[in-house]
Ligand binder design. Sequence first.
Ligand code: NJP
Length: 240
Amino acid sequence: MLKDQVAIVTGASRGIGREIAKKLAEQGMKLTLVGSSSQVSGTAEELKKMGYANILPVQADVSIEEDMQRVVRKTIETFGTVDVLVNNAGVGFFKLTEEVTADEWKKIFEVNVQGVFLATKAVLPHMKERKSGTIITISSDVARYTIPNGSAYTATKYAVQGFSGSVAQEVREYGIRVGTINPGMVDTYFAESTQGLPEKKDWLKVEDIASAVIYMASAPKHMMIDEIVLHPFVQNYPIA
Ligand code: NJP
């Protein structure tokens, strides 16, 4: 079903985004991979070596409007359309609120919230014209409950959840589906960590999130998946 469709994946340089790119390529999708560093070309090279030809890396910052307009323009020029947008790029830090600087607060909102807005804004005219499309945002379990020492990060993910829900209602009449995937702790490079550390062996794997993306993106047209929440069994979290 996803074969020959076109997806844009932000934050594809490493971690969850890189694995989403791999799993979408395995489905036969054509991909634009976005990262703010040149590392995104590394993911593209890796996929090309695996035999996937239709991979376009674009070094771009999700928090800059012109960058995201360029990403969508290049995708349409190269592959002709955009079927799926995966808003995955994100940053995080965890510290006491009084230790968060105004610059850190601004930066985390620019990437996690403005980035999702700008990428979504850039694909919507095209998706509306086609009356089809799927927008999936990798949000967080902290979009649904709060944690201490993470006020800035938590605030961004609550914002993203509200944004996503509101857009979903706005574009339903155009056949565009909008949803979030809200994971708990995932073993990646997130918050200056390293993927593969022994103490994270029981955390969610990047593959778990990528599989959820495949499920959401390939759901039959009559089905709308608003949200998928996943946690590692070892994580203690409130259940509503
Ligand atoms: O993190 P990491 P994850 N413009 O650090 C890119 C959410 N999540 O895979 O810019 C464009 O390994 C960066 O590439 P580069 C989390 O909030 C995670 O875990 O080239 N791209 C890299 O590819 C986030 O939304 C956990 O350096 C930008 C990627 O983002 C998503 O999962 C738990 C960028 C970050 O890779 C992926 O994070 C949870 C920019 N301005 C939610 N800034 C978890 N790991 O535990 C960064 O609840 N990137």
